[in-house]
Design a protein around this ligand. Structure first.
Ligand SMILES: NC(=O)c1ccc[n+]([C@@H]2O[C@H](COP(=O)([O-])OP(=O)(O)OC[C@H]3O[C@@H](n4cnc5c(N)ncnc54)[C@H](O)[C@@H]3O)[C@@H](O)[C@H]2O)c1
Length: 260
């Protein structure tokens, strides 16, 4: 197969991509995939330090990257992120919403504060970022949004009630956004990762939970963050993904297909 053909299908030269949560474990792999495909990536995360480390890693790959701190609990902060991203080329074609937090307790121990924190970051943050960037994308004639869901977008998972509700909301919201902008060139899709050891879930992964996850995952292993990149490049590509909107790709080793 010719490299030119693959570049034509999946190449992102000249495009600007904002990755919110780009300093995290999964966000970092997604940023790397986007710069390898030729996009300029704006890493967006909560602190200067974590963003700078990610930009340095992307530049070491030979990629084009910059950063802007953001707190998705603040609409103003997301508006500032859009403005900063426009300094790259005047247009932002790709938005990836990959910020997320978790809180693991039994149902009766879950607090209102946990519920509010998880729903505010994981769902309201995605709503606000999609709204702010979609308005810009419509003005510029199109763009691609990829929101990071979870297997909990489909299945409730014990001990993560607020998280499961937030990720079910992300999938539903994304379908609605796809419907809203179907004729305006803005596509919106979800990637639903299975289990990937990372910062936000490390505390939750005790041996019993690991055993349960392995039992429920036909491939009997955790995912590697890089294994999300293929799905991302398909969904953001204006050529390979041109007729794909309002759907999701599970990257979960078969977890959502299995019924034991
Ligand atoms: N790791 C997994 O197994 C897994 C599975 C399914 C879905 N996910 C989702 O993937 C995404 C990335 O998670 P991860 O596992 O890489 O965890 P992570 O903790 O490494 O990354 C999450 C990132 O979100 C950022 N963030 C948190 N609050 C923020 C805020 N208010 N504003 C902006 N950024 C904020 C954090 O600083 C961090 O860099 C999350 O949405 C998570 O729910 C992860």
């Amino acid at each position: 197969m010719s490299t030119n053909y693959l570049e034509h299908l999946f190449g992102l030269d000249g495009q600007t991509a904002v990755v919110i949560g780009g300093a995290g474990v999964l966000g970092g792999a997604l940023c790397a995939g986007l710069v390898e495909a030729g996009a300029h990536v704006v890493v967006a995360d909560v602190t200067d330090d974590c963003c700078k480390m990610r930009v340095k890693a992307l530049e070491e790959l030979g990629g084009k990257a910059s950063f802007c701190t953001v707190d998705v609990t603040s609409r103003k902060s997301i508006e500032n992120l859009l403005s900063e991203s426009l300094k790259v080329s005047g247009r932002t074609e790709i938005l990836v919403n990959c910020a997320g937090v978790n809180a693991g307790t039994s149902f009766l121990d879950a607090t209102d504060a946990d519920w509010d924190r998880v729903l505010t970051i994981n769902l309201r943050g995605v709503f606000q970022a999609c709204q702010i960037f979609a308005r810009h994308m419509v003005e510029k004639g199109g763009g691609a949004i990829v929101n990071i869901g979870s297997v909990t977008s489909h299945l409730p998972l014990s001990r993560v009630f607020a998280y499961s509700a937030s990720k079910a909301g992300v999938l539903n919201l994304t379908r609605n956004i796809a419907q809203e902008f179907g004729t305006q060139g803005v596509r919106a899709n979800v990637i639903c990762p299975g289990f990937f050891p990372a910062e936000q879930n490390r505390r939750l992964l005790d041996q019993t939970r690991i055993d349960n996850i392995m039992h429920g995952t036909p491939m009997r292993r955790f995912g590697e963050a890089e294994e999300l990149v293929g799905a991302l490049l398909l969904l953001v590509s204006p050529r390979a993904g041109s007729f794909i909107t309002g759907t999701h790709i599970n990257v979960d080793g078969g977890f959502t297909a299995a019924w034991f």
